[in-house]
Design a protein around this ligand. Structure first.
Ligand code: GLU
Length: 535
């Protein structure tokens, strides 16, 4: 067990995003660690939507948050769409509750209305900072009684509600990751808790909800650590028991600066849309701050539930490493069955316009990225060539790239030449080393001649290899011809490079035999002829 929580007490954790934007990788990692901690302890993982910021909260962001969690498999036990006994789980639906608690603090003289203008507060803040002092509130309005305040409010004066901070001793808590953590309440001062009775601010609604929802453990990013003493002070004012806190290290860019858009500070769904697998993302995220006991790197969500512990979460910042994410994604892509991988590539190929699913067989809208559909035997129309191919053919194409794919979206650029009637490339690309145009032409003509002889039944990668490799090994660079011994092999590139380029039009691609195999005899010969024509 991670904590001293008695065995009988049910562990209840929550992930509490604000729907003011898409879930970024950092938020998703918080959700993951919270989920893992709950599941490891047979506890409850709650999703709470903190949407009290009326201007910035948007339903589409909430929708995207739910979608992100579902995509990564971090399914919540209580929350929107899941119900539970401690709802509502959306703060905007709980305003009556917050109002009741705000009134309680005001009536007990533990909160007060503050009539200071924003400019006044800002000027005072800057002045204090310039003196090297804390920027805590001046205390100007703290003696205004509730009835005086109500009179002012009835005259239309503007005010916010502040906590009346009467705490003298340091606020101390034992962070489950960072250990004993201490804050001086004087430096915090009378902090704001609501804009008005119907507009609670984060620290206030969070405390009420953590209490109402019987949260035992709050796991969140270190950027919230300065909120924790405020929340503890509020809990004391209400005589609520405090949950245990664990603040996760920040995720940093490789140069240890704040994470920028270039390094992962983007919506987690962007990763899905680029073709990262949720398994890879989860595996990547768990290693951002947590380490297993040994040096294993591959972890699936299920196994993680057993292995995860807050004790193995580091205090120092975790470095975002794009290469590791790509490597992990490549690993998971290589381990998919070809059937599954092809199914996952299909939406990317459709979206790029390379392939169109014939409307009669599968409606396009039924092809989500992450869901596995039994694609077999369906027929797909290729728009550009007006041919119809079946799923097995697509599988063959994808199989050529399974070993090298780092993300699904790469498949478009890798395989587009299979779907094009005529491929376009420069003569220079056909050239291996110092080959002349004449030599390229000769070589392509030889290839055409040899390949014409191959019967369609024998048109398989292995056969093509057996036929062409001995030919290729006969060819040697002119400069070496004089001392070319019997045992020496030629430079295969002189035959195979022009062949590969003629078939793919690309500087890098799968090998020529594999491509020829997939293209079939007619198309292979046609492409060789097209290449001869451009010389
Ligand atoms: N709504 C806050 C956020 O999104 C929650 C912080 C917390 O977990 O308490 O950062």
């Amino acid at each position: 067990m991670e904590s001293s929580t008695s065995k009988k007490e049910e562990i209840r954790t929550r992930f509490a995003p604000s729907p003011t934007g898409f879930l970024q990788l950092g938020n998703l990692r918080t959700a993951l660690f919270t989920y893992l901690f709950a599941k490891k302890n047979n506890g409850v993982f709650i999703l709470r939507i903190e949407d009290t910021d009326k201007e910035r909260s948007k339903p589409e962001y909430e929708k995207a948050i739910l979608e992100t969690l579902k995509w990564t498999g971090l399914l919540w036990d209580e929350g929107p769409e899941a119900d539970g006994d401690y709802g509502p789980y959306r703060q905007s639906e709980k305003l009556d509750v917050y109002e009741k608690y705000l009134k309680q603090l005001l009536n007990e003289d533990k909160a007060f209305y503050c009539f200071c203008s924003e400019e006044e507060i800002e000027t005072y803040r800057q002045y204090r900072l310039s003196q090297g002092q804390s920027a805590a509130y001046s205390g100007k309005c703290r003696e205004i009684t509730l009835s005086q305040a109500q009179q002012k409010l009835s005259k239309g004066e503007k005010a916010i509600i502040r906590f009346k901070n009467k705490i003298a001793e340091p606020v101390i808590f034992n962070d489950l990751i960072r250990g004993k953590t201490e804050f001086d309440p004087h430096l915090i001062g009378d902090f704001s808790i609501a804009r008005d009775l119907r507009s609670p601010l984060y620290n206030f609604s969070c405390v009420i909800d953590d209490f109402d929802m019987k949260i035992t453990h709050v796991i969140r990013g270190e950027d919230h650590i300065s909120n924790t003493p405020k929340q503890i002070m509020l809990q004391k004012a209400f005589a609520f028991t405090s949950p245990k806190y664990a603040h996760l290290p920040m995720i940093l860019a490789p140069d240890r600066s704040k994470l920028s858009k270039r390094h992962g500070a983007v919506s987690a769904l962007t990763y899905r849309d680029e073709g990262y697998l949720p398994e890879a993302l989860i595996n990547f995220l768990v290693l951002l701050g947590w380490h297993p006991e040994d040096d294993r790197e591959i972890f699936a969500l299920k196994g993680l539930i057993k292995e995860f512990s807050l004790e193995r979460v580091q205090k120092s910042g975790a470095i975002f490493n794009q290469q590791r994410l790509d490597w992990l994604n490549g690993f998971y892509l290589r381990n998919l069955s070809l059937e599954n991988l092809t199914g996952k590539c299909l939406p990317f190929l459709i979206q790029s316009g390379l392939i169109k699913v014939s409307q009669e067989s599968v409606p396009v809208q039924l092809i989500p990225v992450a869901i596995e559909v039994p694609w077999k035997e369906q027929e797909y129309k290729i728009v550009k060539t007006k041919e119809i191919i079946n799923f097995d053919y697509l599988k063959k194409i994808v199989s050529l790239y399974q070993q090298r794919l780092k993300k699904l979206s790469e498949i478009i650029e890798l395989v587009n030449f299979f779907f094009e009637e005529k491929i376009i490339f420069s003569i220079d690309l056909l050239k291996w080393k110092e080959m002349t145009d004449e030599e390229i032409k000769e070589c392509l003509e030889v290839l055409e001649k040899i390949l014409r002889e191959v019967s369609p039944e024998n048109w398989q990668k292995e056969n093509l290899e057996n036929i062409l490799l001995p030919e290729a090994e006969k060819i040697r660079p002119k400069v070496q011809q004089a001392d070319f011994g019997v045992k020496d092999r030629g430079d295969r590139g002189y035959l195979l490079w022009p062949l590969r380029v003629a078939l793919s039009g690309k500087q890098f691609s799968a090998g020529p035999f594999e491509i020829a195999d997939v293209l079939g005899k007619d198309k292979t010969i046609k492409r060789i002829q097209q290449a001869i024509k451009i010389i």
